[in-house]
Design a protein around this ligand. Structure first.
Ligand code: IPE
Ligand code: IPE
Ligand code: MG
Length: 266
């Protein structure tokens, strides 16, 4: 379901929350600890975010864990981050499974060693039938990588589309095709940027920035973000009057916009 093709249903609890978990390093530095101590504490905040999301009825939680640009960091920090990722996959999947979490790992996984790729495959397979919460972890993920890999895969399947491809042709090939677009985007750590996260899917997300460092993120931070989200008027290009009118008529959702293009089969 694309926010530019149809108007999505707006619900009081965001269906999909996407988070840039930022500020681990600064959290640690403020405490005169090595940066990696912040990453370790960050894992606890992930547990808390998952728990709080399930409690509040969020259906999709997407976490940016390692960007395609994070390889630029010192080798030692990269290696600790990869170790932590492996540790979480080894030790947390059983618990996630018991809580009804479906786990998805998206990104350019080819860059990881075969042992890690195998852990990822097994974690996804084990949890694939769970429906309570879809937890997507973006690892070696970049929004631009995603758009390019999807375009390549689509054109390999359908070379005939080269001069006529549409948004809906491309969407099934994007790494987040298993989830609706995020309703609420949260970035902790005080920076106000997207840092090559879900550049396609965030087109109409409500953005929430907080100075809280990721290791301090908890249910209260999530509630603040959701409270702010509830105060937004999601217009999707319409006027405020149109939004109110459609709400009055109880047809806030799935209003068809102009046809995407003039192709006969679109
Ligand atoms: C986010 O925290 C974790 C990753 C990017 C892996 P940072 O490590 O970026 O923390 P700061 O931004 O340096 O404080
Ligand atoms: C974004 O955080 C990536 C993750 C949280 C995984 P960064 O800390 O890498 O972002 P920049 O470099 O400050 O933009
Ligand atoms: Mg950072």
């Amino acid at each position: 379901m694309s926010s530019t093709q149809t108007i999505p249903q707006v619900t009081a609890v965001p269906k999909h929350v996407a988070i840039i978990m930022d500020g681990n390093g600064r959290w640690a530095t403020r405490r005169f600890l090595p940066r990696v101590a912040g990453h370790q504490r960050g894992v606890e905040a992930v547990r808390e975010a998952v728990r709080a999301s399930i409690e509040r009825g969020v259906r999709y939680l997407t976490l940016f864990a390692f960007s395609s640009e994070n390889w630029r960091r010192p080798e030692e920090e990269v290696s600790v981050l990869l170790q932590l990722f492996r540790m979480v996959l080894e030790q947390e999947v059983a618990k996630l499974h018991a809580s009804g979490v479906r786990l998805k790992i998206v990104g350019d996984l080819e860059r990881f060693d075969s042992r890690l790729r195998d852990l990822i495959r097994r974690a996804e397979a084990k949890t694939e039938a769970n429906t309570r919460l879809t937890l997507t972890v973006c690892a070696n993920y970049g929004g631009r990588w995603d758009v390019i890999q999807a375009t390549r895969a689509l054109l390999a399947d359908r070379p005939d589309l080269v001069s006529s491809l549409t948004e809906s042709d491309l969407e099934p090939y994007l790494a987040m095709a298993h989830a609706p677009e995020p309703d609420l985007f949260i970035r902790t750590g005080g920076e106000m940027r997207i840092s090559n996260f879900l550049i396609w899917q965030l087109a109409y997300a409500e953005l929430f920035f907080t100075d809280t460092f990721w290791p301090d993120f908890n249910a209260k931070t999530l509630d603040e973000a959701i409270a702010s989200y509830r105060n937004r008027e999601r217009r999707f290009g319409r006027t405020s009057e149109q939004v109110r009118e459609s709400r009055r008529q109880g047809r806030d959702e799935q209003v068809r916009l102009a046809p995407e293009d003039s192709r006969a089969d679109a």
